[in-house]
Ligand binder design. Structure first.
Ligand code: NAI
Ligand code: MG
Length: 352
């Protein structure tokens, strides 16, 4: 199988960790005559925006359509407002390709010390609605600069959008040993869209009688995650809520630097996009100390999506062994560089 992968490293440490991820993938394929990765690099970044006024050149989205998957680093620069970089690059791809299911696994690898006592109980998958809700870009500003200025940020929740993400979450729960799904909303205070979310959840639940369900408010789930992590398995939440709780999940499982995510178009009409959840990390850019584990685990998710289950397992094992050996980047309290961790993972991949 030859997989055509569009590579968009983006900004900051995105470039460093995606370079590392590509190397690991190439090593994975080197003794495997059946599998090749055909990487095509795209320089869609803040640097490009500052030079040309565009993150994505004309026709860029059309061009991406032909790929089997997109491997993305991070976007964000001190020289461009974050709402421009996010909307003009990452969200353009997510929304252009209807990548409505954002999947964010969190678990604690052996060898990582979490600040949380019961951290070994963390084994979650957070399903984030990725196409509408609070991030639909709907709203505006009037009376700009005047004392009576008003800004609105209106969430849009559609029956179609809610139902498809709930179905996706139920299927995910059904595929896991514990078959438990937690619904997260804020339907006490937000009484329209959130109530619709709840109602459709319970409608869809009827089709999955083997999945046990609970419902939590978004504020309550944060305490649940910290105090009773074993009670959670799969969590489904809106765009904003899931964005927040998945950063918490990443921090509880050790560091933002290890967490992966997949932006899926489950129907396969368009390519899906895989990225570590962290951003471009201005504070450590160029120092060679970014933790590449998030980008590697992201590559595992991409391999699973491409149907390369055996390679995905092999890479995951290699990552876990390296982490367990105590070779940690500074974000996990160690002193290993990106390159040292990458070399070690490549070596394990060759050995397994
Ligand atoms: P960030 O994720 O870039 O960094 C937060 C903290 O975590 C920093 O101290 C950073 O050094 C650390 N960190 C993150 N990834 C790490 C890794 N792999 N290894 C070691 N340490 C790591 O978030 P921040 O600082 O809020 O945002 C910086 C820029 O990135 C902003 O422009 C923001 O908009 C953008 N961003 C982009 C995202 C994306 O492309 N999906 C996601 C989050 C932020
Ligand atoms: Mg986030």
């Amino acid at each position: 199988n030859s997989h055509r992968i569009a590579v968009i490293p983006g900004d900051g440490i995105g470039l460093e960790v995606i370079e590392a991820g590509k190397r690991v993938l190439e090593v994975l394929a080197e003794d495997n005559t059946d599998v090749t990765f055909d990487f095509v690099d795209f320089d869609w970044s803040s640097e490009r925006y500052l030079k040309t006024g565009q993150y994505i050149p004309d026709g860029g989205i059309e061009e991406l359509k032909t790929f089997d998957a997109i491997y993305f680093g991070a976007v964000g620069s001190e020289k461009v407002p974050d709402h421009i970089s996010l909307w003009d690059l990452r969200l353009k791809i997510c929304q252009g390709f209807d990548q409505y299911a954002n999947v964010r696994p969190a678990r604690v690898f052996p060898g990582i010390t979490s600040r949380l006592q019961q951290a070994e109980d963390i084994d979650w998958v957070i399903i984030r609605e990725n196409s509408e809700g609070e991030y639909s870009g709907n709203g505006g500003r009037v009376h700009q600069g005047l004392p009576e200025e008003v800004g609105t940020e209106v969430s849009i929740f559609t029956r179609k959008g809610i139902e498809r993400i709930h179905r996706f979450a139920f299927e995910m729960a059904q595929s896991r040993p514990r078959k438990h799904l937690t619904l997260v909303t804020k339907s006490n205070a937000q009484r329209h869209g959130m109530v619709l979310w709840d109602e459709i959840f319970f409608e869809v639940a009827k089709d999955y009688p083997d999945v046990t369900i609970t419902r939590e408010l978004v504020d309550a789930i944060t305490t649940r995650m910290v105090l009773k992590p074993h009670m959670l398995d799969v969590i489904v939440a809106t765009n904003l809520h899931a964005d927040i709780i998945s950063d918490l999940a990443a921090a509880l499982s050790g560091s933002l630097g290890i967490a992966p995510t997949a932006n899926l178009n489950p129907e396969g009409t368009f390519p899906s996009m895989f990225e570590p959840i962290h951003g471009s990390a201005f504070d450590i850019t160029g120092k060679g100390i970014a933790n590449p584990v998030g980008a590697f685990w992201t590559a595992v998710m991409m391999l699973e999506h491409l149907g390369e289950t055996a390679l995905a397992k092999r890479l995951m094992t290699a990552i876990e062994e390296v982490v367990a050996s105590g070779l940690h980047a500074p974000d996990l309290g160690g002193s290993a560089t990106t390159r040292e961790i990458t070399d070690a993972v490549c070596e394990r991949v060759r050995a397994i």
